[in-house]
Structures are given as C-alpha cells and as structure tokens.
Design a protein around this ligand. Sequence first.
Ligand code: ADP
Ligand code: MG
Length: 570
Amino acid sequence: SEANAPQELTDGFHLVIDALKLNDLNTIYGVPGIPITDLGRLAQAQGMRVISFRHEQHAGNAAAIAGYLTKKPGVCLTVSAPGFLNGLTALANATTNCFPMILISGSSEREIVDLQQGDYEEMDQLAIAKPLCKAAFRVLHAEDIGIAVARAIRAAVSGRPGGVYLDLPAQLFAQTMDELEGQKSLVKVIDPAPAQIPGPEAVDRAIDLLKGAKKPLIILGKGAAYAQADDAVRELVEKSGIPYLPMSMAKGLLPDTHPQSAGAARSLALKEADVVVMIGARLNWLLSHGKGKTWGEPGSKKFIQIDIEPREMDSNVEIAAPLVGDVESCVNALLDKMGDDWSAPPAEWTDAIRSKVEGNVAKMANKLQNNNNPMDFHGALGALKTIIKERPDAILVNEGANTLDFARSIIDMYKPRKRLDVGTWGIMGIGMGAAVAAAVETGQPVLAVEGDSAFGFSGMEVETICRYDLPVCIVIFNNNGIYRGTDVNPTGGSDVAPTVFVKNSRYDLMMQAFGGVGVTATTPDELSRAVNEAMDSGKPTLINAVIDENAGTESGRIGNLNPQSVVKKK
Ligand code: ADP
Ligand code: MG
C-alpha cells in the first residue's frame, strides 16, 4: 500500500536543478569545485547544458552575454571565496550593462563564517556581493530553493535587467526532503518581465516635442537591442524619417548601411541636433554625459528618453520628455500617436547628414583597400568588413583599444544583437566568455576580433572553445603590445617597457596545442582566406594577424581619459 511505500526523497542539488529547468534555464556556465562539483555533474545528467570554463570571470561573462542575447538570466556557477570573487567581477559588469544574470556560488558553513572561525574558503559572500549587483539572496533550507530561484529570476529580468547573486552554503545541497513536497515547493515564474506601459501624457509630451523639431535625431542603445523590439524600432525610424545613431552594441538593429544611419556622421549629428530621442541608451561617458563640446551650443538640445528605469531620467542633463516603460511599449505608443500623416524632418537636415555620411564612407573606403605587409588596422579590418557583409548572421565579438575603436567604425553590422563588445565599462577581458556564449546560445559562427592585449585576459579559454568544438574564429591583432609595440625602457635597463609584449608571439600555436586550427596571417588577403576557411569549416580557429607594431595610438580613441604626467623627473 501507499502508506508502506518507501519515502521518495529529493535533496538540495536536485531542487536547484529542478527549479532552474522549470523556468527554462537550461544552460550553466561555470567552473567546478567544492562544494558545487556534483551540482554540475547532476545538472548535466538531468539534461542541462553545463559549460565548464578555466576561470570563473569568463564563465560569468558568458552568462551575462547569454542573458543579453536571450532575455533570460544567464546562469554562472562557481565555488566559494576566490571562485565567487572571480565570478563577481562578471556579475558587477553584467549589472552595469543591464544584462540579466544569476551568479550561483557555493559557500562555506554559516556558523563558522559568521563567527569568523576560519573555515575552508571562508568569506561572507552575501555581504560582499550585495553592493555590486541588483539583488542578493542566501538559501539556508532546501524547501526555500524554489522561492529563491524565482526571486532571483524576477530580480534579474524585471525592470532594468541586471545581475543577481544566489548564495548556496555547502550544507544546503545535501539536505533532503520528501520528493513530492519538494516538487510542490518549486515556483514557475509567470510573466517575469512584465510590459511597462508609458503614461499617455508622457507620450503626448514626446510627440509634441518631436513635431516641433527641425533637426531631430534618434540614438539607439543596447537597451533597445536587448528589448528585441526590432520591428517596432525599425518602423519608428522609417516612419519618422529621422536620422539615427546606433551605440556600439546597437549596431545592426537596423543595418549600418541603412539610408537613415548617421553612424558615419556622428560628430555632426550630435553637435547639430535639436531634439534627441534616446531609446535604451544612457547619457553616460560614452555620450559625453549629454553636454560639452560634443553636443554643440549649450542649451541647444531637448531630450526625449525611453528607458525602463525611471531614475535614469535627468541623470546627466534635463530630460524634457521622459518616457518610462519598456522599449516595445514606448515605441508602439509613439507609433500609434504619430498617425499616418507624419511629416519627415526638413530635407536640409537629413541631406546634410546624408552627404556627410557619404563623404566619410568614401574617404574610409580608400584606406581599407591596401594589402600591406605588415598589416595596418585599416587593411586588416577592410578584409573583415567584407567577411561580415557576406556572413551577416555571424556574431562579432570585439575588444581591445585601437582594435575596438577601428573595428566599431569600420565593420558594418546588418542584423540585431550581432555585435558584442566591451560595453558600458569599456573593459578588457570579455572576449572569450562572450564568444563561447554567442556560439552556445545561437549556434551561429562567431568572429572574435581581439587586440593582443585584450585577448590575454581570457586567452586560456581557447581550450574551452576547442573542448566544446565551438564555431569560433579568433583573430588577434598582434602589434606586439598594448596600444603599440614600440615603447622602450627609458633607463636602458633589461626590462622591456610596461606596455610591450614578447615580439612576434605565435598566438596561433596556442590553438594548435588544444587541437584547434592555428594560422598566421601577414596580409589582408591571407587574413581573408583564413577567416573564410574557418567560417566555412566551423572549426575552432585562431588567426595571429601580424599588425605593424607602429600602428595604434595610446588609449585608442579615449586618450582624453588617460592622465599623463607633465612633470619631467630627471
Ligand atoms: P548603450 O551603452 O548602448 O548606450 P546603455 O547600456 O547605456 O546602452 O543603456 C541601456 C539602457 O536601456 C539602460 O538605461 C536600461 O535601463 C535600458 N533598458 C534595458 N532594457 C530595456 C527595455 N526592455 N526597455 C526599456 N529600456 C531598457
Ligand atoms: Mg596590441
């Protein structure tokens, strides 16, 4: 009889896995170790995809990018203390970029940690995580796992997306409870990121402002790309006839070759515009805080801003027409109110932008067509620009200083969410994590264009790429160092300058060490051949692209942020 049947048990391990799966979170990016080794094993046994990295920061960056690409929180799993801290860097970065992510870390025994009695990997992880993410929770009882995972998901994806920390002490995993009770304790989150509709008065205010504009401009940010409201955004741009400027990761939301793109006339557009519509973009350092020389005459602009986060409004300058809500709802509300007889902006304005774009594109085109050996940035990127044009579904990962700045302006993107880069912080180290997540989440080929310095931060993950046989082609722009490879030690001592690496390094051999394809390319033609071969084969490939060590400028295009001493010491 049922009463005599042996009790079916579940435990913390299984409840965590069941809670994630119930909510359609089927991939874990992590690094195994105490106390979560078995969690990874069991997750794989239960049909989850478990992608193990060599360092937690890259697993975390992968989870963050998974969140950006899918609108579901990417899950990163780490051990305690140092593993947690490594993952925390990525969690903070995800939060800064408004990417939804959940960092799950094992932790040590509460009783010992709280009395600071010196446990294995002792650290009060919850307290440390709290100020660096959107929300942080600890679970002490197996029956609370379902609720905790639900709260983590909601916190990550609702409102402005961000990073959530979930602290799971070692003792939780082995806690058992009745199987049926356990299943009942799980929560499937209903409507985790509900639409947020803007108020009708806010929409009217924005429309009135836009109607009076002589030189309107739309700025698309990665919040708009994240929203996956691609058709609505395109309709707004095309119906309004307003020139638009994509922020770095919003490139491709509309094709960069779109006739309304002001991408190649950025300076003119920012300086001259009178009404600027911000869509999922912030007026932070990347837009000179909405003021100063970049923005022309003081007081010459009025801003309309669409953002899901009310407190983003007036963060740097006055926002004349705040539209608080999700991008899709706000854009659709604007479209509704625009009606069918919307008049395009004055031709004087759109023609000025258009001719500036055409002039700059033509100027650039000449520079891109050299076959120099060693390569300069333009020749090498000219080759890669053609490849992305021919393979618009490929995902471009991009980091570095000069490698980033040049690639961003040279390589046109044609589809939404195909460009992954250094984001809001402008950091190095996202490369291989982003490449892995892009391949795993989308199945599309990935082209990672990396400065030699930038690559170094996550370079060991080439083993991960080979291990999972991912269709990732890494191109390293190797100019022997940071910014350039030509700095010398002014003392004449035997140490090289702090910005210089081993000359003529063979990064391609790193890939061969793990069974991938490694190639050195010294001309744009060779580079082009090697990348096309990699993209056709889908084999993990690393191309060491030899760039003139004299090419490149200090700090790339943000030299103004780099303090330099004016004092000459003898
Ligand atoms: P970029 O760097 O491309 O300018 P930011 O990361 O600075 O973009 O800005 C993205 C903005 O988008 C953030 O302020 C965020 O709150 C907002 N955002 C994110 N998702 C949505 C959404 N679904 N709807 C509206 N705003 C969003
Ligand atoms: Mg370099």
